[in-house]
Design a protein around this ligand. Structure first.
Ligand code: PEP
Ligand code: MN
Length: 338
């Protein structure tokens, strides 16, 4: 249920509504934007008809049910687009954000070289996995905390923000102590204990769509993070599994406008894991800009042929530079800034 406060409602009136919602064993979520103040009541409380009665309180404009199964992620709850701040960067606030870097952090030389190249080309967030979810237990699993330290070093050296994946709920605090954004990978999109743990910290989360999750399930996963109190969630379409084998996954570009219609959360696209082949990455990046995405996350490696993971889909720095130039031109045509 959504309790929409009247224009000019006092703090005391807002507090009174919240107290009553909690007394009915629901959780309260204060939603403030340009359109005013609303309070979301979620959870298994003592009957929505009791919430409806709050309409009689002074300062309350109306009480409306939220028809979607995801509540806090829904456009019905918050009509104005959400954006989040990462250091000096704003994600979801008009400017198109490019995150780039290697699939895995492999060594200091590899990371520094990549960070330098991507920042010179105009990326503002450095990606790189330190804890890698690999299909094979024999494949490179990441450098762990050593990788996080290297990411922090690259952030200092190049003024980039850092996004890195968390695969285990027990590692959330450790990773949050180094990273600016916590990535939840496709394989963990429905790892509910991990989602809840990331919901409890105060660091932005980049949630990737699972390879088999519908858009509604994807939004329900975001809801797990939001419902724990973390409102800074970025959604990432990274390709889904289909019958097609010519590409690693099938980029569901339609997920961008569909998500934009259903949620206020920022949406970015990962063309690298969708394509699985660097040659297709530029075209998919262009599609993301035109479809209205808020940004991209792209794999870049100085020596893809030697990469310990995802070399085939990684762009070399010079190709990334060219891509950035092309993206800027395209963005101008559709009235966007990169
Ligand atoms: C990654 O970003 O390197 C990764 C493992 O991505 P995904 O979870 O989308 O497969
Ligand atoms: Mn990868």
């Amino acid at each position: 249920m959504l309790v929409i406060m009247a224009q000019g409602a006092t703090q005391q009136e807002i507090d009174e509504v919240m107290t009553r919602i909690r007394a009915l064993s629901y959780e309260c979520h204060l939603i403030t934007d340009e359109s005013g103040v609303a309070i979301g009541a979620t959870g298994n409380g003592r009957g929505s008809h009791r919430l409806q009665v709050l309409e009689c309180l002074t300062g309350v404009d109306r009480v409306v049910p939220i028809s979607t199964p995801y509540k806090l992620a829904s456009k019905e709850t918050k009509k104005v687009k959400s954006f989040l701040k990462v250091n000096t960067l704003e994600i979801g606030n008009g400017r198109f954000v490019v995150m780039a870097g290697p699939c895995s952090v492999e060594s200091e030389t590899q990371l520094m070289e990549t960070a330098k190249a991507v920042s010179e080309a105009g990326a503002t967030v450095l990606r790189g996995g330190a804890f890698k979810p690999r299909t094979s237990p024999y494949a490179f699993q990441g450098l762990g905390e050593e990788g996080l330290k290297l990411l922090a070093k690259a952030r200092e050296a190049f003024g980039l923000s850092v996004v890195t994946e968390v695969t285990n709920p027990n590692d959330v605090e450790l990773i949050a102590s180094y990273a600016d954004i916590l990535q939840i990978g496709a394989r963990n999109c429905q790892n509910f204990s991990l989602l809840k743990e990331v919901g409890r910290i105060r660091k932005p989360a980049l949630l990737k769509r699972g390879m088999m999750t519908s858009i509604e399930e994807f939004l329900m996963s975001a809801e797990y993070i939001l419902s724990e109190g973390n409102s800074d969630v970025i959604l990432c379409e990274r390709g889904i599994r289909t019958f097609e084998t010519a590409t690693r996954n099938t980029l569901d570009i339609s997920a961008v406008p569909v998500l934009k219609e259903k949620t206020h959360l920022p949406v970015i696209v990962d063309p690298s894991h969708a394509a699985g082949n660097w040659k297709y990455v530029p075209a998919l990046c262009m599609a993301a800009v035109v479809a209205g995405a808020d940004g991209l996350i792209i794999e870049v490696h100085p020596w893809p042929e030697k990469a310990l993971s995802d070399g085939a889909q990684s762009l070399k720095p010079d190709r990334f530079r060219t891509l950035m130039t092309d993206l800027r031109q395209l963005a101008q045509l559709v009235g966007r800034d990169i």
